[in-house]
Write a protein that binds this ligand. Structure first.
Ligand code: KIV
Ligand code: ZN
Length: 524
């Protein structure tokens, strides 16, 4: 039996739609916010990964959200571009406007249906919620044929009422029905029962796609998603690296690889280019500054590392002894030596193309090449990861108003640490000298002298991009100003330079946030 869907046509019974919400549910969690250029970059990577739907944001939430959904709708080809909306008219019209430029678009509208949420959050009677379901879906349908409706807190909703709401949404024209476990409370058997019940009881259920959206508060988001698919869901909502509210959402890479690895136990097939998984995961880490933990399934540094002698011996004799999927199937390759310091620009450009950075402009390529040469002078071995970090560092900063120029630091156990820093602010290079409690402190004080601001440093963290004492450091700096939080990243073989870059990056992000409400005032 097939479903005729406005964006996907005749969908085979075993087709699994991958709905990625990294840029919406993922991005809305603290510390994971991205700017427009970063969201576009991420959306391109998701399209290359082959996701079916990109939930690009919540357009009514802010001007920035609206702009990024619209920019993604304008430029990303392939996936359906989706905007989120509550049930109100203003939300739906804003979402409709934001996704309008997309070749294939969707409006996703939701309202809470559980007794707890209706009483305390919405302060609405169930009958009013039911009316809002029908009205919101009908309004969304006036703007696009592809409408998804979600029952927020669906897993804690009275079954009877949930069925009435789902029926109302289908009658009003919803093409996808999502039943989220919003608070990550359900167990796999609960989700299986829920989908089976709704699909059996609701008239018209056979005409729509059912969707699973699970949060990870009990560490069960992926298990609940697989259980939902086994009970008939044919869309899964997920995020790269499992980022999302609180403990996160179901991780895309885990769902896809669980199904690829166990097709005998799951009756649906995703169409994802799995060999792009690692690259997409790393791009997200670079953009947000949050690495996944080493033992994270599929994309963690140790996911395919075999430490014990017995395991190593087994893998050498036959990899299948301890590997249930090949590392290559998700994009792991042996870290390859890129090129030496004598490599030319053409070879560098080829390398970037092979790594998925084929779309760099001439200026970006020149800047990245200059930094590559500089790095190759300082570092014995330049790995793919190093190239990725420096390109992301350089390219993502294309529109920055403040730029790092140079840093000279003196530190040690005797003299008070000092820093001489040069920054380019709005095209003008300025220098400042400062002393501090340590070299990082001195550098940050110098930045404050050059660009005065009231932001408070909330987080400073350092990680190594590759192994060895000459590895590049990746630094994350979190700044807060008037309740707005931004994260900046910087990479360099010199930890203090990486720190300065990260701080400057965070300041640039803060400027973007400021300009949305007030004109930015740069001072020196
Ligand atoms: O978790 C949730 O319920 C959501 C909805 C907006 C779909 O994210
Ligand atoms: Zn959610």
């Amino acid at each position: 039996m097939t479903i005729d869907h406005p964006n996907f046509g005749n969908i085979a019974d075993d087709r699994l739609i991958i709905f990625d919400t990294t840029l919406r549910d993922g991005e809305q969690s603290p510390g994971f916010s991205m700017n427009l250029a970063e969201k576009l970059r991420m959306a391109e990577a998701l399209a290359e990964l082959g996701v079916d739907v990109i939930e690009a944001g919540f357009p009514i939430a802010s001007e920035g959200d609206y702009e990024s959904v619209r920019a993604i709708a304008q430029s990303i080809q392939g996936p359906v571009i989706c905007g989120l909306a509550r049930s109100g008219r203003a939300d739906i019209l804003r979402a409709a406007e934001a996704v309008a430029p997309a070749e294939r678009r969707r409006i996703h509208t939701f309202i809470s249906t559980s007794p707890l949420h209706m009483k305390y959050k919405l302060r609405m009677e169930p009958e009013a919620v039911l009316a809002a379901v029908a009205d919101s879906v009908a309004l969304a349908r006036q703007h696009t044929d592809d409408v998804e409706w979600s029952a927020e807190d669906g897993s804690r909703t009275e079954p009877e009422f949930l069925c009435r709401c789902v029926e109302a949404a289908i009658r009003a024209g919803a093409t996808t029905i999502n039943i989220p476990d919003t608070v990550g409370y359900a167990l796999p058997q609960d989700m299986a029962r829920l989908f089976t019940m709704v699909r059996e009881r609701v008239p018209g259920a056979e005409k729509v796609i059912f969707s699973a959206h699970n949060h990870n508060d009990l560490g069960l988001a992926v298990a609940n998603t697989i259980a939902s698919v086994n009970a008939g869901a044919r869309q899964v909502e997920c995020t790269i690296n499992g980022i999302g509210e609180r403990a996160g959402n179901a991780a895309l890479e885990e769902i896809v690889m669980a199904i690829r690895t166990r097709p005998d136990s799951v009756p649906a097939r995703p169409q994802v280019a799995t060999e792009n998984i690692l690259r997409t995961s790393r791009l997200l880490s670079t953009i947000t500054g949050f690495d996944v933990q080493p033992n994270k399934a599929i994309v963690g540094r140790n996911a395919f590392a075999h430490e014990s002698g017995i395991h190593q011996d087994g893998v050498l004799k036959n990899a299948a002894t301890y590997e249930i999927m090949t590392p290559e199937s998700v994009g792991w390759t042996k870290s390859s030596l890129v090129m030496g310091k004598h490599s030319g620009r053409a070879a560098f450009r080829d390398k970037l193309r092979a790594m998925g950075y084929g779309d760099l402009g001439e200026n970006q390529l020149n800047d990245a090449f200059r930094r590559f040469k500089d790095l190759a002078d300082r570092k014995k071995v330049v790995y793919d990861e190093d190239i990725m970090a420096l390109v992301d560092d350089e390219v993502m900063r294309d529109h920055d108003r403040i730029r790092f120029v140079s840093l000279d630091v003196h530190a040690g156990s005797k003299a008070k640490p000092s820093a001489v820093l040069e920054l380019e602010i709005d095209g003008v290079t300025r220098a400042a000298t400062a002393t501090g409690d340590g070299p990082v402190d001195a550098t940050f004080i110098a930045i404050r002298k050059l660009f005065q601001h009231e932001a408070t440093l909330r987080l400073y963290s350092v990680g190594a991009i590759t192994e060895g004492t000459d590895a590049q450091a990746r630094v994350t700096v979190r700044l807060e100003e008037e309740g707005k939080m931004v994260d900046g990243q910087g990479a360099d073989t010199d930890t203090i330079v990486a720190s300065a870059r990260a701080y400057v990056h965070a300041l640039n992000k803060l400027l973007v946030k400021r300009t949305r409400t007030e004109p930015a005032a740069l001072s020196a």
